[in-house]
Design a protein around this ligand. Structure first.
Ligand code: ZN
Ligand code: ZN
Length: 156
């Protein structure tokens, strides 16, 4: 989904489900990690999580957009726009917005490290392997597990 497609989708959902136009900006923000979207009180724009959108089906994406539009329309109308507010809970239910953002599947952030007892080659795998069955590709020597390496990919 492009930035433009996102903007049009948010505008369409706003008209269809809230009977009111969305007149601000909707954009992808890769810095969002655990939330599907965010409403900004100061300039009224909406941020959405691009990796969550990429991993979710259409129904979930629409549910996330509805959730943020609930914040948006209630705040602009001077009503209770926070999660704990009755107005928010009601509108969310009416429009079928998602209560919580779906969990994002974590990318592999570790490697299993093995060393061949024959040629000393280091072998890395994403998962633990059965060292009885898998041997060194170079010399067929036995592999011995060394450590689990944690990869530092905080910006995924
Ligand atoms: Zn929210
Ligand atoms: Zn070897």
């Amino acid at each position: 989904m492009t930035q433009e497609e996102l903007q049009r989708l948010v505008e369409a959902i706003s008209i269809e489900w809230f009977q009111q136009p969305f007149t601000h900006e909707a954009m992808f923000n890769a810095r969002l990690k655990t939330t599907g979207g965010r409403y900004h009180l100061n300039d009224h724009h909406l941020d959405f999580n691009p990796s969550m959108f990429a991993q979710s089906d259409e129904q979930t994406v629409v549910g996330i957009i509805k959730h943020e539009l609930c914040h948006y329309h209630l705040h602009l109308a001077g009503k209770g726009y926070r999660h704990r507010d009755k107005d928010f809970k009601q509108l969310l239910q009416q429009t079928g917005g998602l209560r919580y953002a779906p969990a994002v599947a974590k990318k592999t952030s570790k490697l299993e490290c093995y060393q061949c007892v024959g040629c000393q080659a280091m072998i890395y795998r994403k998962r633990k392997i059965d060292t009885e069955r898998f041997r060194c590709g170079r010399c067929r020597g036995k592999l011995v597990w060394q450590e689990t390496k944690r990869l530092n990919n905080d910006n995924d």
